[in-house]
Design a protein around this ligand. Structure first.
Ligand SMILES: Nc1ncnc2c1ncn2[C@@H]1O[C@H](COP(=O)(O)OP(=O)(O)O)[C@@H](O)[C@H]1O
Ligand SMILES: [Mg+2]
Length: 255
């Protein structure tokens, strides 16, 4: 069964794209056929994996039925990891786009039929229609929270959007977790924010914390996942542990 995970937060710079790329690459390395869908018009996941789109407007082509997921998904340097490229920089107008459209369910069914084990959707930094589309396609959502000032701000809004996305769904959207990112153990503020978020959301916060590590930023700017660019870095270990935690949760739920 295909598991679709949306990575979403209306805030930019919290580590959504970094998480999509690196979680995706470790799941693929663990032998799971994985697809990353880049739904952010900025296309950072696409450039972060050095992928060039086969067509100028992949999402429109998919939406309009001119092409299929498998055709548009491009291979990456990691075996078992494919990427559905992001829309052009200007964004893509989707003909007849409506969140109530039956097209959403059709495309999700086509995604299931394409037999990827894991699909990870990188969402844009907004609460707009593309994030809603990402949530509509997903079984679960992961919300990265940067361990900095105003971390809590926006988290409630994001969780409200998840609630709204749940209306009218037969199977509820699961909150897979809140992921603490850009954590600096030497910064008192970072420690305080992590403690605060855990206090308010004790069940939602994942055990794995992603440290601030320059290797993660460098890897993306070199167009590589960290498992290839700096596999022994702290950031690499953290994302490997995140993949393990998520797979362990899945196993526990399947029992
Ligand atoms: N754990 C981290 N340590 C250091 N830099 C990071 C980390 N996570 C993300 N970055 C960098 O911070 C910036 C924002 O991260 P990104 O993943 O693009 O966030 P978002 O997709 O939420 O906007 C990028 O330049 C990225 O390389
Ligand atoms: Mg991003």
């Amino acid at each position: 069964m295909t598991q679709v995970l949306a990575i979403a937060s209306q805030k930019g710079g919290v580590g959504k794209t970094t998480t999509a790329i690196n979680l995706g690459s470790y799941l693929a390395q663990a032998g799971h056929e994985t697809l990353i869908i880049d739904l952010d018009p900025q296309g950072n996941a696409t450039s972060g994996l050095s992928v060039r789109s086969p067509v100028p407007t992949p999402l429109s082509d998919l939406w309009g039925g001119q092409s299929k997921w498998q055709k548009l998904a491009a291979p990456t340097a990691i075996p078992s990891l494919a990427l559905f490229p992001g829309p052009a920089r200007s964004g893509e107008p989707l003909e007849g786009f409506s969140l109530r459209s039956a097209r959403i369910a059709d495309l999700r069914a086509e995604l299931d039929a394409a037999s990827w084990d894991h699909v990870i959707i990188d969402s844009p930094p907004s609460l707009g229609p593309l994030t809603s589309l990402s949530l509509a396609w997903a079984d679960a959502v992961l919300v990265p929270v940067q361990c900095e000032y105003f971390a809590m701000e926006g988290l409630t809004q994001m969780l409200e959007l998840v609630d709204r996305a749940n209306q009218g769904r037969s199977k509820p959207l699961e909150i897979l977790g809140i992921l603490l990112t850009l954590f600096s153990e030497t910064h008192q503020l970072s420690v305080e924010v992590a403690t605060e978020v855990r206090k308010y959301f004790p069940r939602e916060v994942l055990e794995t914390i992603i440290p601030r590590d320059i290797a993660l930023a460098e890897a993306t700017s070199h167009g590589e996942p960290v498992c290839r660019y700096a596999p022994r870095s702290r950031g690499a270990w953290a994302y490997l542990n995140l993949a393990k935690e998520i797979l362990a949760n899945e196993c526990a739920q399947a029992r």
